[in-house]
Design a protein around this ligand. Structure first.
Ligand code: PXL
Length: 275
């Protein structure tokens, strides 16, 4: 049995089907022990709600880490998403160095931007610091916007394979390892995932329906991590996660009142079946 203990560090958005409220059920459904370290607690996510509360948990992180170290707790993998502050990025880098078992993969979803824009609490300084954290990971999961903020290359809505390869190569030149880039579509009504590893380029694409839903980056990242740690290759895990996200969007798009997230729960069985 491929039972792993995964540490995931990201925020709790109490309402909004993203970050930890997505990662915990998905990683558990994939059959792994999931340890959480909340980076912040928000009443909702920041993508469309106004006046949300935000409790920054940066100062709790070293204390929690210290306790775990005293207990001798270590992890088979570490996976991070939306982080709450610049200082937190340094703390998380220290967790990468000290809390993983020998050979434990570190997976970073830079979760900070989409559709050409940074999420509302972040700025360029944060994007550069996140790029630094990404160089400490074994696998990074940026979308095109995040790749463009981290590399300083222009963000394009219309592009070709050369543009995507240039973005990947620029990230590799900065010191990033394996790159799994999401939301890459070269044809109308198609979207997909690029797996880029030391100049080697692979691509999986599937049908694109509508404009997508909020939180699908987190659903992709969590199901990708769950599949990869179950023994799938990068491309197989990308395919499983991409297809799962598509199922979630199909289920959600008819319901306008569900604009804030994707209905990932009813199709968890589909994800498990594909593993
Ligand atoms: O889904 C990414 C995400 C995670 N956490 C918070 C967010 C967002 C995107 O807007 O606001 C708090």
């Amino acid at each position: 049995m491929n039972y792993k203990r995964i540490l995931t560090i990201q925020d709790i958005s109490c309402v909004g089907q993203c970050s930890l409220t997505v990662a915990l059920p998905i990683l558990s459904a994939c059959g792994h022990e999931t340890v959480i370290l909340p980076s912040a607690v928000l009443s909702t996510h920041t993508g469309g709600f106004t006046d949300f509360t935000f409790r920054d948990l940066t100062d709790d992180i070293p204390q929690i880490q210290k306790h775990w170290q005293k207990e001798g707790i270590t992890f088979d993998a570490i996976y991070t998403g939306y982080l709450g502050s610049l200082k937190q990025i340094d703390y998380v880098a220290n967790i990468f160095e000290t809390m993983g078992k020998e050979g434990a993969p570190v997976i970073v979803d830079p979760a900070m931007a989409d559709n050409g824009k940074l999420y509302c609490i972040f700025d360029e300084t944060y994007a550069k610091a996140m790029a630094g954290l990404c160089t400490k990971a074994d696998i990074v999961l940026p979308n095109i916007t995040e790749a463009s903020f981290m590399t300083g290359l222009e963000y394009k809505e219309e592009y070709d394979e050369t543009y995507i390869k240039n973005l990947c190569q620029a990230m590799e030149d900065m010191g990033m390892n394996k790159i799994v880039m999401t939301g890459v579509g070269y044809e109308a009504n198609k979207t997909g995932v690029v797996v880029y590893d030391r100049g080697n380029y692979e691509y999986y694409c599937h049908e694109k329906i509508g404009k997508g839903c909020h939180g699908t980056g987190d659903i992709f990242a969590s199901s990708f991590v769950g599949s990869y740690l179950s023994g799938k290759t990068l491309l197989e895990a990308s395919r499983i996660a991409g297809d799962y996200v598509l199922e979630c969007i199909k289920l959600t798009r008819q319901d306008d009142s569900h604009w804030y997230g994707a209905k990932f729960e009813p199709v968890l069985g589909e994800l498990i079946r594909r593993l």
